[in-house]
Design a protein around this ligand. Structure first.
Ligand SMILES: [Zn+2]
Length: 543
């Protein structure tokens, strides 16, 4: 009996076991379409799940053009997992009314960072990609649930130098201390314990020192030039697994990553400016990004421009976008799915606008007011509660929950995920498509036969995908192999053909071979075409 396709509830973020359960159930429900494997294991030994989604009846995954989706590289950006799973499920649901899975394979890695995500989803603690506890340093605070309520929140402590005071307009919030502020004055630290503390105010906080979206290979720079870089490109096992997966799959023609900053469609470049890229490539990227924007309502930014308006353009070294464009030659995108402020009706342009500190404070009050008005709502605030800290003494623990501030509300995320799915379908529909057509055999006389066939790219993108892809050796050019059957002799002076890259839609090459075959022999040859991003085809030719 066929199993039901599992429902993906947009109710709360998923723990690792729940994620595993969902992907296993999806694969079990439609084994003809979905295969669950992993690209490797995390540092703490969790599987980095990989869903391979294609119609098995129409060919092997490795012979089809491939679209890769990844999510949740950043620990707190749990909505990326949900959006990736939404797409996985919807591809399966829509299969009866679409040809896409007949032609394309989707590789979906819903959670690149299962360890960081588990930390975020179970504690609400704040790390960028991974903790750096393996090499604990003196005077460094490591996040921990010290009061045993199951959460990692914020500790506030009265201190003469404290830069924060209680907001008189919303006492749940802390605002910047001003000239005329009345005390008490607070300093804040994440909930946790200080390793090897010397008792001074010199306390460093862990958890920001690895950013896996600075660990890709293109233009990687070490610390301190690029914060979060890691020790060398792909030094993190999870990222290395991604790199090995990508480099061993010549069929990948497009990649989409999911993140959770203020809602946006992001495109390359992540350093420099558009003028560093082929003009034609920028035009195509903008056209695709525009489709993403129309389906989601999110504004488009090149990564270098995605920052608050009072800052200079950013240069992110070792970033996914430059890796995808410069090292792979592909059109790559990221969706920033949006933060809680977006759900509260504060648009990304407004979130990123240049603001005075008072305006920032007003924005937080607006968020809290909106939250108070919601009927169904997640807990985003815990009251400040006195606690006797074993090292710091009297503190209060409470404040806002990072895991919820860092994402949209889940019902809101479901709407955005519908849009990003539509974008994915549009982008993926433009795949290159290498075929072999008009295969023809003519008896020339005696034992001699002429074989003709046309190899063509009938997909939208060229096999080099972008102009950048044409100059790279990464993207495999089209090659034709001619394998005569037993007792058949090739008479032409060329069997195999190096075709090179092929343009989209109207590019074809007529190929011709002469062979001699003994009477009674039916099978003449096998023609195999290796089309890189356009997929592979193979045909047996008989008399
Ligand atoms: Zn991110």
């Amino acid at each position: 009996m066929a199993k039901e396709i599992p429902v993906l509830p947009f109710k709360r973020f998923l723990k690792f076991d729940e994620l595993t359960d969902f992907v296993s159930t999806l694969a079990a429900a439609r084994p003809d379409l979905v295969t669950l494997t992993s690209i490797g294991a995390s540092r703490e030994g969790r599987a980095i799940h990989l869903l391979t989604i294609t119609d098995a009846a129409t060919g092997k995954p490795e012979d089809k053009p491939a679209y890769l989706i990844h999510g949740n590289i950043h620990a707190l950006e749990l909505s990326g997992t949900h959006a990736a799973l939404y797409t996985a499920r919807q591809l399966v649901v829509d299969h009866d009314k679409s040809d896409l899975l007949k032609r394309v394979v989707f590789y979906i890695v819903p959670r690149i960072n299962p360890d960081g995500a588990e930390f975020a989803v179970t504690t609400s603690g704040s790390i960028r990609s991974r903790t750096d506890r393996s090499e604990r340093e003196a005077n460094t605070l490591y996040q921990e649930d010290v009061n045993g309520d199951g959460l990692i929140l914020t500790m506030r402590q009265e201190h003469p130098d404290g830069s924060l005071v209680t907001d008189p307009k919303d006492p749940r919030l802390l605002i910047r201390r001003k000239r005329d502020s009345a005390g008490p004055f607070y300093r804040t630290l994440p909930e946790g314990l200080i390793h090897d503390w010397d008792g001074t105010d010199n306390i460093r906080v862990e958890g920001r020192s690895f950013d896996w979206n600075r660990n890709w290979s293109y233009d990687w720079r070490p610390e301190p030039e690029q914060g979060g870089a890691g020790d060398f490109p792909f030094s993190e096992p999870e990222m290395r697994s991604m790199a090995e997966f990508i480099h061993s799959h010549a069929n990948i023609f497009g990649i989409l990553g999911y993140h959770t900053g203020p809602g946006a469609v992001l495109r390359p470049p992540s350093t420099g400016s558009d003028t560093d890229l082929s003009e034609e490539d920028v035009r195509v990227m903008d056209e695709l990004a525009q489709i993403g924007s129309e389906y989601t309502g999110l504004p488009i930014y090149p990564v270098v421009k995605y920052h608050s308006a009072d800052r200079r353009d950013i240069n992110l070294r070792g970033h996914f976008h430059n890796f995808g464009y410069h090292h792979l030659g592909l059109f790559v995108f990221e969706f920033e799915l949006g933060i809680l402020k977006n759900s509260a009706g504060i648009e990304t342009e407004e979130i990123l606008a240049a603001k005075k500190p008072e305006e920032e404070e007003e924005e937080m009050r607006r968020l809290m007011k909106w939250w108070d008005e919601q009927e169904e709502r997640d807990e985003i605030y815990k009251p400040w509660t006195p606690f006797e800290h074993p090292q710091l003494g009297k503190v209060e623990i409470g404040g806002l929950l990072n895991r919820h501030l860092a994402g949209r509300t889940l019902p809101d995320l479901e709407e955005i995920s519908k849009g990003t799915y539509q974008f994915t379908v549009e982008h993926a529909s433009r795949h290159p498509r290498i075929i072999l057509e008009d295969v023809q055999v003519d008896a020339v006389g005696g034992d001699v036969y002429r074989i003709r066939a046309r190899t063509a790219n009938r997909g939208h993108f060229p096999t080099n995908v972008s102009n950048q892809g044409r100059s790279l050796r990464k993207l495999r050019a089209v090659q034709v192999e001619f394998h005569p059957a037993c007792c058949v002799n090739l008479l032409s002076n060329q069997g195999h053909y190096h075709i090179g890259h092929m343009n989209g839609l109207t590019d074809s090459r007529l190929l011709e071979w002469f062979v001699s075959a003994p009477p009674g022999k039916q099978k003449l040859c096998e023609i195999r075409v290796f089309g890189g991003t356009g997929g592979n085809v193979s045909v047996y030719v008989t008399k």
